[in-house]
Design a protein around this ligand. Structure first.
Ligand SMILES: Nc1ncnc2c1ncn2[C@@H]1O[C@H](COP(=O)(O)OP(=O)(O)OP(=O)(O)O)[C@@H](O)[C@H]1O
Ligand SMILES: [Mg+2]
Length: 285
């Protein structure tokens, strides 16, 4: 079964499936313990509720790790096979905070535990989409996040929020647009007056990867590099991907349903267009 079929309407919200990842950096301080900025979450909840009202069943929300997520896995020992279980509790506690804020704004938010929908097999994650399909078919708003995944040897492995959108690709009929809101307006080129790279070629992302700088030790999912790698995977699965700055005080985010070229001129972004169908994911690292 597929979801998000185009229904022939001319409105752009009916032509894409929006996966909105809100990075922890815009609603949480990673350096603090289990911290969220409630006012920022309230602001984003208002904006996401509007998006969900416009296109019920055509939007999924992924919330980033923030201090809840990164804090739960920061001091894991490599030989601790089940230590990542703490992430399930922390990620769910944070999803619940978001769920309450979204419901206060009238959005039919349902938090979903990734550990119960996805395993980590030898060739990578295997996602079971039945629950998510039901949630979307009913016009509800799924609230997803990174989590720990059960590997074939029984160990629990950390799976970051940046890599959640790619799990949904196989079940979407409408073209996916993955929008990653973070604390920067895109991939910044420090060697060119901090300008923002407008386009990344998914088949040759070396220039963009070279622009990425190392993140703080407290970041468990490699900051912008991890985000870019994950979005490249999505682009190779057919999605259009955008990195842009998240601001909970803006009037509306409805423009996210439009083509990025039609977004308000003041919005900076980096876009990764879908890869050509026969291109292989280039080696990175
Ligand atoms: N070339 C670059 N351009 C822009 N930001 C970069 C670049 N290289 C590294 N970064 C870092 O990436 C950070 C954004 O990624 P980060 O993982 O911290 O945020 P997030 O994903 O929104 O939050 P979370 O990981 O909590 O979900 C920026 O604050 C910046 O410090
Ligand atoms: Mg991150």
């Amino acid at each position: 079964m597929t979801i998000g079929c185009v229904n022939g309407s001319a409105n752009r919200a009916d032509q894409v499936f929006l996966i909105l990842k809100i990075g922890g950096s815009v609603f949480s301080d990673k350096e603090r313990d289990r911290h969220v900025d409630q006012e920022a979450i309230r602001g984003f909840a208002r904006l996401v509720a509007e998006l969900s009202r416009r296109a019920p069943g055509r939007i999924a929300l992924v919330v980033g790790g923030g201090s809840f997520g990164h804090g739960a896995v920061r001091h894991l020992h490599a030989d601790d096979r089940v230590g990542a279980l703490k992430l399930t509790e922390a990620a769910f506690a944070q999803k619940w905070i978001w769920t309450e804020a979204l419901r206060d704004e009238g959005a039919p938010a349902v938090p979903l535990q990734l550990t119960a929908m996805c395993t980590l097999d030898r060739d990578g994650p295997v996602f079971s989409g039945a629950v998510l399909e039901r949630v979307l078919a009913l016009g509800l708003l799924p609230v997803l996040s990174g989590d720990c995944l059960i590997a074939t040897d029984g160990a629990l492995r950390v799976y970051g929020s940046d890599r959640v959108p790619q799990l949904l690709m196989g079940m979407l009929a409408a073209p996916a647009r993955v929008v990653a809101l973070t604390d920067v307006p895109g991939i910044i080129d420090r060697s060119a007056d901090d300008s923002v790279l407008r386009e990344v070629d998914p088949d040759d992302p070396r220039e963009a990867l070279e622009r990425v700088w190392k993140t703080s030790a407290g970041d468990a999912t490699q900051g912008m590099e991890g985000k870019l790698q994950a979005l490249l995977e999505c682009a190779h699965l057919g999605a259009e991907c955008v990195v842009t700055k998240g601001d909970p005080t803006v009037e509306s985010l409805m423009f996210l349903y439009d083509e990025p070229d039609d977004w308000p001129a003041a919005i900076g972004f980096t876009r990764i267009k879908p890869s050509s169908p026969d291109a292989a994911l280039p080696p990175t690292g």
